[in-house]
Write a new protein. Structure first.
Length: 315
């Protein structure tokens, strides 16, 4: 049986750009759609390369248990020593910002001050303990900026938490976090393929916290704007000749945590302190920004997967 690239996913719209590139490169592949299914643990997996791109936001597409099923599949693959790109460790970080921050801090990377809370009263207590105004709340397992709210007072938080508009996190864990105010309204997202820096993209945050770069967001998701701003500027802009000392730390972080493909988001405050606040191991790319810069994340990823497939075929 021919070795293949197996893509583990739960969202066709986020996968079509990769499959297009795999076809261009004439690489054999198969999609494993893991929103539901079963695996016979007494059988061995097929030979090949397995690329996991399950998203923390899968529950927003009615795929509530896709990460849990994927974790089972990854355990099966890793038990049989298959080559897995973004394996169980990457998945664990994808679905928990607490895990992300602890892993980042463990390699000396600064994240915003954060308190995790379960329970409405405990959310209020956490904000009081944080003792920073303004502050934000966010979901521990999220994606697409889900659950991010900015508050200027404890009273405003109480009104939200005890009101009808409160949004329960899917895992029950709410994060109360330091709000980092940048001199200008943008963040920088650093893209990595094969554990190596590919490019950095400047993301305009003037319209809010929903920063998903996927082209599908432009079409389908009113909560995930991409493309052009009303002002005419691009929301996503790839930065030419970008270099920052943090890149070396990011690559070390990815190596330590066995993550091969990621988008890492960071913001700088008024004093120049850089805070890293999100690690996306189901990274997406914006086609308008890439076309303008003539650099293509999915093409780089497809080539990388092809190289990995070629490596196991030679063994």
């Amino acid at each position: 049986m021919e070795n293949k690239i197996y893509v583990l996913h739960e969202n066709d719209e986020w996968t079509e750009h990769l499959t297009k590139r795999l076809k261009e490169l004439q690489l054999p592949f198969e999609l494993w759609y893991l929103d539901q299914g079963n695996i016979d643990l007494s059988n061995e997996p097929p030979e090949g390369i397995f690329y996991n791109r399950i998203s923390a936001s899968s529950h927003t597409r009615d795929h509530r248990f896709a990460p849990e099923f994927t974790e089972a599949v990854l355990a099966w693959l890793e038990r049989h020593d298959r080559t897995v790109i973004n394996g169980s460790r990457a998945l664990r970080l994808e679905v928990s910002k607490v895990n992300q921050y602890m892993a980042l801090n463990g390699t000396g990377i600064t994240s915003p001050k954060t308190i995790a809370a379960v329970g409405k009263d405990q959310i209020i207590e956490a904000a009081q303990k944080l003792d920073l105004v303004p502050f934000i709340t966010k979901h521990n397992r999220a994606g697409k900026g889900q659950g991010v709210q900015l508050f200027h007072s404890i009273e405003a938080l109480k009104e939200y938490v005890y009101g009808d508009s409160f949004e329960d996190p899917v895992d029950g864990v709410t994060l109360i976090q330091q709000y980092v105010e940048a001199p200008e309204p943008y963040i920088v997202r650093h893209e990595f393929v094969g554990g190596k820096f590919l490019y950095a993209v400047k993301v305009d945050t003037s319209e809010g916290f929903e920063l998903c770069p996927a082209d599908a967001c432009t079409i389908d998701d009113m909560y995930c704007p991409t493309g052009k701003q009303e002002t005419g500027g691009a929301k996503f802009e790839i930065l030419e000749s970008y270099h920052h000392p943090i890149l070396e730390q990011y690559e070390e972080f990815l190596q330590i945590n066995d993550i091969q493909v990621a988008g890492i988001e960071a913001i700088q405050d008024q004093s120049g302190q850089l805070y890293t606040y999100d690690v996306n191991t189901n990274t997406n790319y914006n086609s308008d920004a890439e076309a303008k810069a003539d650099v293509y994340g999915m093409l780089a990823l497809a080539k990388y997967l092809g190289e990995q497939l070629h490596t196991i075929q030679k063994v």
